[in-house]
Design a protein around this ligand. Structure first.
Ligand code: SF4
Ligand code: SF4
Ligand code: SF4
Length: 297
């Protein structure tokens, strides 16, 4: 256990430092898919739980090899994988049936390692080489167009299960996950800053929608807001402030050029597209309900 000198609380610091070091060592042995099958919100929380005595056999992606490594590290008994948390199986990779994707972006939001590419109302696709097989994108998909395929069906035969390959892979997934977490922190901070900037721009002293705010709106909205501004002279209503703030969020990549082309192409037959999507959503819902009922019995 790591020692740390502290003249006031030496023993406490030593224990805390030692626990952190132990958690890191345990976390290093976990597969880093962040799938949550162990019952925790990711690999590090499970590592923290193991460090405080939780059973070490609850990680199906790691399977027997990870249990052996953890037992050796901690000097504990090697146990079989706890079936309540799943079974060990060939690694899988997500694959989107792209023709059926409605571009809702829910899978992107669920993916802990940014392995999905797409944009609102446009087709999404999985970057196969980055997918950890965590399964987290499947449940949120409203039209059930994501399949989990065995890795051998997607990529040529590999030495996938050799210890050094597993270790390299989990290190890489961990860095992807940590990068994403940091990215989300940065995005949230940037959104807050932008909201604040909008609020400052629209302070009572200004009393009206100023061009800087309008820059964040798409062209058709700019015109509408100008009309609203003319029709409802200062002070600006809280509804308009809210609208401007939400638009700033929506267009948080920055001001939209006046001649920007709307990126979403209209569907050829909107009624048919709507009906198709509705039917797919209902099918997906029925299937998920059936799976849920089967799980409960
Ligand atoms: S990979 Fe294992 S430790 Fe990590 S979240 Fe999934 S089950 Fe838990
Ligand atoms: S694409 Fe799906 S299965 Fe693959 S890492 Fe992302 S959420 Fe997990
Ligand atoms: S959740 Fe499904 S429908 Fe929505 S973007 Fe992802 S793959 Fe497409």
């Amino acid at each position: 256990m790591a020692e740390s000198a502290d003249i006031v609380t030496g023993a406490t610091v030593s224990t805390v430092t030692g626990n952190i070091a132990l958690v890191e060592l345990i976390n290093d042995l976990l597969p880093q898919t962040q799938c949550g099958q162990c019952g925790h919100q990711g690999c590090r929380p499970y590592a923290e739980a193991i460090a405080t005595g939780e059973s070490l056999n609850r990680c199906p992606p790691g399977g027997a090899a990870t249990i052996r490594d953890l037992a050796a590290l901690l000097g504990r008994e090697v146990l079989p994988l706890d079936p309540e948390h799943g079974v060990e199986s060939e690694r899988r990779i997500a694959s989107i049936r792209e023709a059926e994707c409605i571009g809702c972006t829910k899978c992107i939001q669920a993916c802990p390692v940014d392995a999905i590419l797409g944009a609102p109302k446009l087709m999404h696709t999985v970057i196969t080489s980055e997918c950890t097989g965590c399964d987290l994108c499947v449940e949120p998909c409203p039209v059930d167009c994501i399949d989990m395929l065995p890795v051998s069906a997607v990529t040529p035969a590999t030495s996938d299960d050799e210890p050094h390959v597993r270790r390299q892979r989990s290190n890489y997934w961990r860095s992807r996950y940590e990068f994403r977490e940091q990215r989300l922190v940065n995005v949230r901070a940037a959104q807050q800053a932008r909201k604040q900037e909008v609020r400052n721009t629209m302070a009572p002293a200004t009393g009206q929608l100023v061009p800087r705010v309008l820059e964040w709106l798409p062209p058709h909205e700019r015109e509408a807001e100008s009309v609203v501004d003319a029709a409802f002279p200062p002070p600006v209503s809280s509804a308009i402030v809210a609208k401007a703030v939400s638009c700033a969020d929506l267009y948080s990549e920055g001001p939209v050029a006046a001649n920007a082309v709307h990126p979403v192409a209209p569907p050829l037959d909107p009624d048919k597209a709507r009906a198709d999507i509705q039917a797919a959503v209902l099918r997906a819902k029925a299937r998920k309900d059936a799976l849920r009922r089967a799980d409960e019995t």
